[in-house]
Design a protein around this ligand. Structure first.
Ligand SMILES: O=P(O)(O)OC[C@H]1O[C@H](O)[C@H](O)[C@@H](O)[C@@H]1O
Length: 263
């Protein structure tokens, strides 16, 4: 598609970013694709692309009256220089959410690392509250053997079980069946192991982490996913979802997720 830009890293890494949704679609580092993009992903206007790094704003999930996961992921963003895209309010966004804002997405490639930044500026005359996330789909070769480290002992809300609160007792989280957890106040310091490969996941600005895998039954129900596709990814999301963030007129917030392939 013509609205996809390829970025080159210092060590031969590449990233592809689509203006539709301001969405990272691919990051190839040390010869491996690190992000998952569904073969059934749709790039059509008004549709969210299943995979990569969707930008969730101004509403995470169903935590408000607006469209599920907000509108940023289905809007056309504007290129704003090397590795930068912007989204500003317009008549269509104000019809859904009556506020003046500017989002800036920054994608940068360092040696063995990818950094995705999201800035939110309040350009209107009134304060607003928002929830947001970088809804990162990490590719895995073998879901059954994958483990996410760094959330042991953390409390979470379990959206796959009616939002009940629980505490993760195991040090390494395994994936079997639907998993949909919001860990408030747990950000970054994570590592995903998959088939002998490790990826470090760090965050700043975003206070929470969401971990999602639809499992086999839900994967079949999602038209842009399909049978067994859930075995190819784990979503580890840098999120501000448990409590809305507030910005007064002229204020700006910055969040970032960094993925690193250790040497
Ligand atoms: O299907 P989507 O609207 O893209 O949402 C995909 C998933 O996103 C997040 O991870 C939520 O916690 C899940 O509840 C949701 O199912």
């Amino acid at each position: 598609m013509s609205d996809i830009v390829e970025l080159q890293g210092p060590d031969g890494a590449t990233a592809r970013v689509c203006a539709h949704g301001g969405q990272l679609l691919s990051w190839v580092c040390a010869g491996h694709e690190r992000l998952y993009l569904s073969p059934r992903a749709r790039h059509a206007s008004g549709q969210a692309i299943r995979g990569g790094v969707p930008v969730i704003f101004p509403q995470f999930g169903d935590r408000g009256p607006g469209p599920r996961h907000g509108f940023a992921r289905v809007r056309a963003w504007t290129p704003a220089g090397e590795g930068r895209w912007r989204l500003r309010d317009d008549d269509a966004t104000r019809a859904l959410w009556p506020h003046g804002f500017e989002l800036e997405l920054t994608v940068s490639l360092q040696a063995r690392a990818l950094s995705v930044g999201l800035d939110v500026a309040n350009t209107g005359d009134d304060a607003f509250a928002f929830t947001a996330a970088l809804h990162t789909y990490l590719a895995v070769d073998a879901l059954a053997g994958s483990h996410l480290h760094g959330l042991g002992g953390r409390a979470y809300y379990d959206a796959a079980r009616g939002g009940t609160r629980a505490t993760q007792t195991e040090a390494a989280l395994a994936f079997a069946g639907e998993l949909d957890r919001l860990y408030p106040g747990a950000a970054g310091g994570l590592a995903l192991d998959d088939d002998g490969r490790r990826l470090r996941i760090d965050a700043e600005g975003f206070p929470d982490t969401v971990v999602w895998n639809p499992g086999p039954a839900l994967a079949v129900e999602l038209a842009d996913l399909g049978p067994r596709e859930h075995e190819r990814f784990v979503c580890v999301e840098a999120a501000a979802a448990a409590q809305p963030l507030r910005l007064g007129p002229g204020e700006r917030w910055h969040g970032r997720q960094t993925l690193t392939v250790p040497d």
